[in-house]
Design a protein around this ligand. Structure first.
Ligand SMILES: N[C@@H](CCC(=O)N[C@@H](CS)C(=O)NCC(=O)O)C(=O)O
Length: 332
């Protein structure tokens, strides 16, 4: 029996989903060595609220207080064969920077020979009128480190003392969980699906244990790894359990992971980056190979604002210094 794959060019012989590489890897830097200097108002972020990879960059932009320095435009969550589009609708708009109708225009303006999938997030340079970078790993790091001169909040998401541990855990979480849910959902053979789905839950089980004694993955302060995990956890029960068939357990069934998810969600500003309407409509309507009826499920009932119950693990030290260098506690 032949099976139609969501992204046929990224399916291996064994029916596994093998994600394409990001192609634009320019770097904005304050050290004068890059062709992209750190300048307020020069760069613009194109994102989807539905996409977990884009969501990471939205969260870091917010946590670092970069909203005034870096503009942002949100695409329509519904993606048809023409790809991501700019339209006016609930929490998404037309493109105010270039007047593009489709994100593909940004890719073709940067590289007329571009033939790969057109993805979010995209960091756009308004001066050279081209894409600087379309890798969310890179964009996160630029916002965390290189945009320091423009950041209103002095929050450190990549602390020097944990960098090795962060890189290693990022890699494990990416392979098994962040990308693991996609590998389960986009698999075209039973074997490839089962392999990926089982790995998702092996890692979630390990993280459940790790979070029994620590408020966040590396202690009292959320770091970049926590936000990389958050974007998958927050979509899990609403989308990945049903749509991607990752249904051994829900996040709701893991006491530590569910409390941790709520704890992160309740950090000021974070809930304003989460749009379940975009998330659900995007996955269930756009991936019509997996969900041909395009029906969007009504659930789940899930209250991320209810008490997280994590305070017994120590106070949350989400310390942010504002411009006056006054430390303010933004955790709960
Ligand atoms: N750049 C990301 C991937 C970004 C990505 O795949 N985004 C998805 C949305 S969640 C996308 O834009 N897909 C467009 C498409 O599939 O045509 C990575 O390094 O893994």
């Amino acid at each position: 029996m032949s099976v139609k794959a969501q992204f046929p060019e990224e399916i291996s012989f064994e029916g596994e989903f093998v994600r394409q590489e990001d192609l634009f890897r320019g770097w904005v830097s304050a050290d004068g060595r890059s062709e992209y200097p750190v300048v307020a108002g020069r760069y613009h972020l194109y994102v989807s609220y539905a996409c977990p990879w884009a969501h990471r960059t939205i969260i870091v932009r917010m946590l670092r207080g970069l909203e005034d320095a870096i503009g942002m435009t949100v695409v329509d969550p519904i993606r048809d064969e023409r790809g991501w589009a700019f339209r006016d609708g609930p929490h998404h708009t037309k493109d105010p920077i270039n007047g593009f109708a489709f994100l593909s225009q940004a890719y073709l303006a940067s590289d007329p020979a571009y033939r790969q999938r057109v993805t979010v997030p995209v960091l756009w340079d308004k001066q050279t009128k081209r894409i600087v970078n379309n890798s969310e790993d890179d964009i996160m790091r630029m916002f965390e480190i290189d945009f320091e001169p423009l950041a209103n909040n002095k929050i450190d998401l990549y602390p020097v003392e944990h960098r090795q541990g962060i890189d290693e855990l990022n890699r494990q979480i990416y392979e098994s969980v962040n990308n693991g849910v996609y590998r389960a959902g986009f698999a075209t053979t039973q074997k490839a699906y089962e392999h990926a789905a089982r790995r998702v839950f092996e890692m979630l089980d390990a993280l459940e244990e790790r979070l029994a004694s620590r408020r966040y993955l590396f202690g009292p302060r959320p770091v970049e790894t926590d936000w990389r995990l958050f974007v998958t956890l927050v979509r899990f029960d609403a989308v990945y359990v049903g749509h991607f068939k990752c249904n051994l357990r829900r996040i709701y069934d893991y006491p530590n992971l569910f409390g941790y998810l709520k704890d992160l969600y309740q950090i000021p500003g974070v809930a304003d980056t989460v749009f379940f309407d975009h998330i659900k409509r995007h996955y269930y309507v756009t991936h019509d190979d997996i969900n041909p009826t395009r029906i969007v499920p009504i659930g789940p009932l899930q209250d991320l604002t209810s008490p997280h119950g994590r305070a017994h693990l120590g106070s949350s030290a989400v310390l942010v210094e504002d411009e006056s260098n006054a430390k303010k506690e933004v955790g709960t």
